[in-house]
Design a protein around this ligand. Sequence first.
Ligand code: ASP
Ligand code: MG
Length: 424
Amino acid sequence: MARIVMKFGGTSVADLDRIHNVARHVKREVDAGHEVAVVVSAMSGKTNELVAWVQNMPKVAGGNAPFYDAREYDAIVASGEQVTSGLLAIALQSMGINARSWQGWQIPIRTDNAHGAARILDIEGADIIRRMGEGQVAVVAGFQGLGPDNRLATLGRGGSDTSAVAIAAAVKADRCDIYTDVDGVYTTDPRIEPKARRLKKIAFEEMLEMASLGAKVLQVRSVELAMVHKVRTFVRSSFEDPDAPGMGDLLNPPGTLICDEEEIVEQEVVTGIAYAKDEAQISLRRLADRPGVSAAIFGPLAEAHINVDMIVQNISEDGSKTDMTFTVPSGDVDKALRVLGDNKEKIGYDVIQSEAGLVKVSVIGIGMRSHAGVAASAFRALADKGINIKAITTSEIKISILIDGPYAELAVRTLHSAYGLDKS
Ligand code: ASP
Ligand code: MG
């Protein structure tokens, strides 16, 4: 017997037939004798509709924007998950399963006060554990909790993944199964490289890099939480027949396990290739090479909430002037240029140059820690295809390369094959 938290995303509960199908997945695990808790998202499109209602409320001249009151935003957008939890509970009951819906405030899932993007602080797991022991299936509304002001708080878009992992940690589940519309995590985006392979396992740290680089299978925060609490998290499809052979296999079900690196025996050097579009590069030329320049540049950018990513500083030739290049999201270039222009005196640069429409391609793998020459193979492979590299950054488990936008797909495919990731 195992204790399993099962999470179903929006497309998995998009209509009543799919909710019925989800109930069959749950029934399979209950019938196998496992203790089960379920976390659900809103039906697909529902949260977008609710957010649009909030945003489209007519604005009175001179009044506040309707979106101003984040507490009411939360009260409205959290309703999508409430509906699904009730619907799934009755679908399960109709199959003879003892199921009950739970809203975030009923458990309670306690969050901080950051309405609209709240963080989970604490979950009281004892009651759910007791109920699971009695054979009851708790169907928990994802994406929501209870703030310190005793009001509903939501966890940011995609937050029901985080709800599921947090509940799995709180009830000490053996596994958190994230059911979605893809059947696992791939070595790269299969829409770009049809030879991408589904991974059997991926380490938390690698998944964190993949997720933050736009492999949008899971909310990044959920991966962080899984890593901290060592929640074995399994990404799998809800669209497969719930009773197909192997679906209930406890050790080897179809999908991708995100787990501690110690659990990965056959570690490849490179696990995957990720990419992030819409990057822009900004260069400050002939800066004074003195203590405090970096602070003078990046301080004001941080205050303007501009997310700076790659940073490259040249060693100056004569010890007096240097160049600094860094990247920001394309959408923030104008704002960044304005901030840097306003601070020109304080920073003390000569000219500023920028270029948008770039792409960052990254090679990810914890195996890099113990292998030399991993980066060199990427550079060679890209050079052979005539792809020019604009900037490079590396970490222990990642090499990121900035290139011109139109080369993105070629670069992803080239690196995928250079590291032997293509399926045969
Ligand atoms: N329904 C919420 C959203 O669309 C939360 C989630 O699905 O994870 O963002
Ligand atoms: Mg999601």
